[in-house]
Each structure stands twice: as structure tokens, then as C-alpha cells.
Write a protein that binds this ligand. Structure first.
Ligand SMILES: NC(=O)c1ccc[n+]([C@@H]2O[C@H](COP(=O)([O-])OP(=O)(O)OC[C@H]3O[C@@H](n4cnc5c(N)ncnc54)[C@H](O)[C@@H]3O)[C@@H](O)[C@H]2O)c1
Length: 254
């Protein structure tokens, strides 16, 4: 209990999938949470769920690809909770297509959410975290940011970008960099049972192949990732920055 007591956290894409479970776990462990999502009613439901369990949460409609939306998220979080300690850049989208079938508009849309969103979030959080003496930024990448596979190249490119952006940010924000005391780490989930995995189920062959990638014999659950987020958000991980937390049922151990 109380592993992040008194901390203030923002979770993007917190209205569904992993983001919902991450937000609820952080709140259960004592954090005040801003739940943001493109889907406002989904974010509202999660904030209500947290409040009904005795936690503190607000919800904000938010497109992570929108610069002004980020200003609003930081301002409202500071107005409500007075500080910012943790940012979970969780929102993300996927596109299953052969490279030759991807339009430039589709490529740019995916990058705008998965990569611009992480950059904008990180840039937006810095000032508030510096004022509070430091913080922890947690970027949800994917095994797709570590290895390649067919039919999701834009997704792989975006998550590979998140991986090295996170490391570069970790060094800039460290004591040896600009001295901000902000840690930046990234998480690499295998396939996790959320709406994103439902997309995979639409193609039986792709689903079976993806299952075979996991030596542990199953896909992950949102909790499997949320506990990683909790660890990186808490002071228990105070010696970790620029690190890669792989939560993939052994997929990339081969
Ligand atoms: N599910 C998996 O198998 C898997 C594996 C590895 C990594 N990931 C990553 O984990 C993160 C969460 O994925 P998930 O499986 O929970 O997905 P999900 O589709 O279940 O939930 C994503 C949430 O993000 C929100 N969202 C989408 N676009 C947004 C935007 N532009 N701005 C704000 N919110 C937006 C959606 O409304 C939704 O609530 C993503 O970054 C994803 O790439 C997922």
C-alpha cells in the first residue's frame, strides 16, 4: 500500500485498456491521478471509478498529438493537485498494413499519436516537474520497439522512436545533463489483452502466430504492465533512468 502516496500522476489514454488499469493502480497506491483520453466519457468513467474507491482523480478530454491540449492537461492538473510527479505516456494506436499499402496520411497519423504524443507530453511535463524537484516519465513502447515483424512497420518505427527518445531524454534530464532530477524510462509489453489485442484476434492466423511468440504460453494482462508502471512511478526505482523494462512473457528472450 501507499507505494506512490502523495504523488501526482497523469496517465494518457487512461480511459481504456492498460491506461485504465495503470491509473487505477496508481490511485490505489496513493497517487492523485489525472486521467486523459480522446474518449472523454471513457476517461470520466475511470475517474469516477477511482473516486468511488476512495481515490482522487480528474478526467480531461485530450488528444496527445495536440500541442494546446497538452497545455490544458498540465494547467488543470496543477490547478487541481498543485504539482506533477509522474507522467505515463500510455496512449497509442496501431495499424496492420503492408508497407506498400500504407498511405502517407496513415503513417503521419500513427506517428502523430505514438511519437509526437510522447515528445509533446515529455516537453510539457518538464517545467512542472522541475518546480517540484524532479519526477518520473514512463513511456509505453512495445516489443515492436525492440524487434521487427511484418505488417505493422509504422507501429514498429514509432515504438523504436519512443525507445531512443526515452534514453536521450533520460540523459538530458539527469544530474549530469541539465540537472532536473527527472527520470525517464520505457516499458516494452508483449501482446496484452486489451482492445489492441482484439484487433489481432480479427485475423486467426496472425493471432495464432502472435501467441506462439510468447514462451510463457499466454498474452499478458493489463495488470502485468501496470505493476511495472507503478514500480517506475515509485521511489523504489530511484536508480533507474534510461532503462528498458521488458514485460513480454519471454518473447524477446529468444
Ligand atoms: N495491447 C497490446 O498488445 C500492446 C502491446 C505493447 C504495447 N502496447 C501499447 O500500450 C499502450 C496502451 O495500449 P492498449 O492496448 O491499452 O490500447 P487500447 O486501444 O486498449 O487503449 C488505448 C487508449 O488510448 C486512447 N487514445 C487513442 N488515441 C489517443 C489520442 N490521440 N490521444 C489520447 N488518447 C488516445 C484510446 O481512446 C484508448 O482509451 C499503447 O501505447 C500501445 O501501443 C500495447
Amino acid at each position: 500500500m501507499d507505494r506512490v502516496k502523495g504523488k501526482v500522476a497523469i496517465v494518457t489514454g487512461g480511459g481504456g485498456g492498460m491506461g485504465r488499469v495503470e491509473a487505477m493502480l496508481l490511485a490505489r497506491e496513493g497517487a492523485n491521478v489525472t486521467v486523459t483520453d480522446l474518449d472523454e466519457s471513457a476517461a470520466k468513467n475511470v475517474a469516477n471509478e477511482i473516486q468511488s474507491q476512495g481515490g482522487k482523480a480528474i478526467f480531461i478530454k485530450h488528444d496527445v498529438a495536440g500541442e494546446e491540449d497538452w497545455d490544458n492537461v498540465i494547467r488543470k492538473t496543477l490547478e487541481e493537485f498543485g504539482r506533477l510527479d509522474v507522467l505515463v505516456n500510455n496512449a497509442g494506436v496501431i495499424l496492420y498494413k503492408k508497407i506498400e499499402d500504407i498511405s502517407l496520411a496513415e503513417w503521419r497519423w500513427l506517428m502523430s499519436v505514438n511519437l509526437d504524443g510522447v515528445f509533446l507530453g515529455t516537453r510539457s511535463a518538464v517545467e512542472a516537474m522541475k518546480k517540484g524537484g524532479g519526477g518520473s516519465i514512463i513511456n509505453i513502447a512495445s516489443t515492436a520497439g525492440l524487434i521487427g515483424n511484418p505488417d505493422a512497420s509504422a507501429y514498429h518505427a514509432s515504438k523504436g522512436g519512443v525507445r531512443l527518445f526515452s534514453k536521450a531524454a533520460a540523459i538530458e534530464f539527469s544530474k549530469a545533463g541539465y540537472g532536473y532530477n527527472i527520470r525517464v524510462n520505457s516499458i516494452y509489453p508483449g501482446v496484452i489483452n486489451t482492445r489492441m489485442a482484439d484487433d489481432l484476434r480479427k485475423n486467426e492466423a496472425r493471432y495464432k502466430t502472435a501467441l506462439s511468440w510468447h514462451p510463457i504460453g499466454r498474452f499478458g494482462e493489463p495488470e502485468d504492465v501496470a505493476y511495472g508502471v507503478l514500480y517506475l512511478a515509485s521511489d523504489e526505482s530511484k536508480f533507474l533512468t534510461g532503462s528498458e523494462l521488458v514485460i513480454d512473457g519471454g518473447w524477446t528472450a529468444r
